[in-house]
Design a protein around this ligand. Sequence first.
Ligand code: HAM
Length: 419
Amino acid sequence: MSITGIKGMNDILPGDIETWQYLEAQARKIFGAFGYREIRVPVVEKTELFCRSIGETTDIVEKEMYTFSDKGGTSMTLRPEGTAPVMRSFIQHKLYAQDPVSKLYYIGPMFRHERPQKGRYRQFHQIGAEVIGIDDPKIDAQVLAMLSHYFESVAIPDVSLQINSLGCPECRPGYRQALSDFLETRQDLLCADCQRRYTTNPLRALDCKVPGCKEATSEAPDMLAHLCSGCDDHFSQVKAYLDNLEVVYTVNPRMVRGLDYYTKTTFEMVTNSLGSQNAVAAGGRYDGLISDLGGPALPGIGFAMGLERLALMLGEEELVPPRPELFIATLGIAATKAGFNLLTRLQRQGILAEMEYTGKSLKAQLRRADKLNTRRVLILGEDELARGTAQLRYMDESHQEEVTLESIEARLLKEIHDA
Ligand code: HAM
């Protein structure tokens, strides 16, 4: 029996990859204009990094990590997200010593052992962005403006931005206590997970998808009503800057996020078109994370978008593969050699050119040229070769002319440039 891939881990095939490349290229372009530079970190980290940052009582750390011991006995984990590894790298390489402000982005695979379904996979890909070193609400608004701009520029339909504030170490404990006290009165309505966690991580109950928990928490106390004056003021300013920048959003006081490092502003870009996997992008501020991981006390804010979800929303239809500019069809050994040299010369110039490599008949070569939907075919036989010429056929115009082999390169470059 042949070997198949792993459940929930997908191949991205030609035909689909063009959408991915487009989404990635737009991110590089837009993030670059906002001053972000790329960072690449390993896909495996010490397990402790994720336990300390994402939080021991989160779904990710409790149930979803791909964790194993390497041959030296160190516990390692395939990264379930990108923020913690980027912060680890930032601290380790003392990037703050070069510049007090860092804007970083990353693109790559993440791993979570979730139940696979449409829009939810075990290996998935994120495009993420992080700003370190600025706690001013202007940057919260700018991060959201960049995210919204990205969605507009790639023309992803039907998304809306929801924002919330989760407070800080000063005001969150009071809210947690109030929420925990509230949940205690409805304990018997909660699912097993929420019953277990309502004292250790009561906020998770607000995000639980189980209908009983939704019902039990419908009148739960509101985080926004418990913000301290500093957080309240920060959130008001974020909203004012967003209004100023004409970024459309709604406030969702029940949004809690599934990772523990967040403080103050949190947000999700949500859609109705992906069933229960409604978050296409998500993030927030994490002002305590860098110091919790042993770095300086610097604030941070960022987000990650799910590439699979973005690609799904851009539509199912395959993008048409690029058309070759030229197909070289040859007759005879000498012409084939000359054609092969010409092919490589053109490819080195960046011209998409093709030929048939295995010595097929002229008819078979032309069939292949048709299949590839090439724009032009160059027919090169022994006689033409002796004269230093070939027949150049324009497929869309059914027009053919004799050209010199010497001129073909410059001619194609000019035609492609003028097109
Ligand atoms: P997250 O909400 O866990 O946040 O994931 C961000 C996005 O990754 C989600 O909105 C979704 O689009 C995508 N995603 C998550 N899990 C899966 C999955 N199993 N299959 C497909 N797509 C998925 C974070 O990861 C934070 N690190 C975001 C962040 C960056 N916060 C601050 N900076």
